[in-house]
Write a protein that binds this ligand. Structure first.
Ligand code: RM4
Ligand code: MN
Length: 388
């Protein structure tokens, strides 16, 4: 059995992965949104479900909110509710993709009135951050166009900069803005923040509190994502990850499900670049559970991240460097593959038990009765969040 050295366990102990509130709501494709029994009816119940993931894994101490999906009357009360359940409120996500006004863009729109509305929405998100104690405002824009000639590409970049500047100016001393990129969808011809380069250019123009958010599902097939991770860390601009996995487009499936080796390679570069357990680089999930149960789906997800982190921590850096310097291609590759192929699951189970956690969080959650309880209690509950 692979054993995990004390130094590795010490690093794993500090690992924290933020959960998305919307992962607990019903979601689907444009064809159908299936409901899951026990789905939360409001943000309070989403947080209660997220707290279960933390309870059984010890890995997920914060929950990201999406505005307006998670709007409540009192954010102080929501914060107290979360803290009472052992979690904190994390990143605030803005939403400018579900309003008729934003058909032709939000922060990039030609119409100053619509840009004003989109900017004001972000200022409201920052007000919420002040109450929730959140550090990060995450901006993902659906802005783009479908046909060549439809939009003034350059004008939109200028307006994006101006709008972001106004939002940036409102950030508090310890608050940050993370700009997420995505290469296509919902726009199919051009997207205003399609890639890490555009996000980087825009955030550099704002200042040190602006960072890039890398969503692993937002790249073309075959993209070397770990290279982007390396580059952004090198430039000091990797603010956060939205982890998920994909087979074809932005599938938002369970992280590590489609390509565990890719996840391993990404985390290896995070560690190599000093981004692991570095508060400046937030690990978050951005996922949906369309056909599987949501709480176990999130438990599986954080465990997948932990397992690939443990494997990445096992890479023998000295041996790797020696092989690289001597030009021994196969030896260098073997160092990485040895770590990747190490089954860390039994060692992690043992370690969990030693910390008072269940050896098998999936089984422990299933045995806890929580799922049955919410399925019985939440009858008549409405769909919450994505696809609502
Ligand atoms: C977007 C993007 C955002 C997420 C929404 C739900 O594709 O990934 O991060 O907030 O989906
Ligand atoms: Mn995302």
């Amino acid at each position: 059995m692979t054993t995990l050295p004390p130094a590795t366990l010490q690093q794993l102990e500090l690992q924290a992965i933020e959960l998305p509130s919307w992962a607990f709501g019903n979601s689907g494709t444009r064809f159908k949104v299936f409901t899951t029994p026990g789905t939360p009816r409001d943000p309070y119940e989403k947080i209660a479900d997220a707290a279960q993931v933390n309870l059984f894994t010890g890995l997920a101490p914060s929950v990201a909110l999406h505005i307006p999906w998670d709007k409540v009357d009192s954010y102080d009360e929501l914060r107290t509710h979360a803290e009472g359940l052992g979690v904190t409120l994390g990143t605030i996500n803005s939403n400018t993709f579900q309003d008729d006004d934003y058909k032709f863009g939000a922060l990039t729109h030609e119409d100053a009135g619509i840009r004003r509305k989109a900017i004001d929405h972000h200022l409201e998100c920052i007000d919420i951050m002040d109450s929730t104690g959140s550090r990060d405002l995450k901006i993902w824009l659906a802005d783009g166009s479908n046909y060549p000639g439809q939009a003034d590409l350059r004008g939109r970049q200028e307006r994006l900069h101006e709008s972001l500047q106004e939002i940036y100016a409102r950030l508090g001393e310890n608050q940050r803005l993370a700009l997420e990129y995505k290469f296509f969808e919902p726009a199919f011809y051009h997207t205003d923040v399609p890639d890490w380069g555009t996000s980087y250019v825009q955030v550099v123009a704002l200042g040190k509190k602006a960072m890039v958010c890398l969503d692993t599902g937002h790249h073309a097939p075959g993209t070397n994502i770990e290279f982007i991770v390396m580059q952004l860390l090198r430039l000091g601009k990797l603010g956060s990850f939205d982890f998920n996995s994909r087979f074809y487009a932005d599938d938002d499936l369970i992280v590590g499900a489609a390509d565990p080796f890719q996840l391993f390679r990404i985390i290896f570069e995070v560690i190599r670049g000093g981004g692991f357990n570095n508060p400046d680089v937030a690990f978050m999930l951005d996922q949906c559970h369309n056909v599987e149960k949501k709480i176990p789906g999130q438990v599986r997800s954080v465990l997948n991240v932990q397992e690939m982190t443990a494997r990445s921590l096992l890479v023998d850096h000295d041996a790797l460097r020696t092989a690289q310097l001597s030009g021994d291609v196969l030896a260098a590759n073997a160092v990485l593959m040895d770590a990747f192929y190490s089954d860390v699951r039994p060692a992690l189970a043992e370690w969990r038990e030693s910390r008072g956690l269940a050896a098998d969080p999936m089984a422990a959650f299933a045995a806890s009765g929580y799922q049955e309880k919410i399925e019985a209690d939440r009858i008549g509950g409405l769909q919450a969040g994505w696809g609502a």
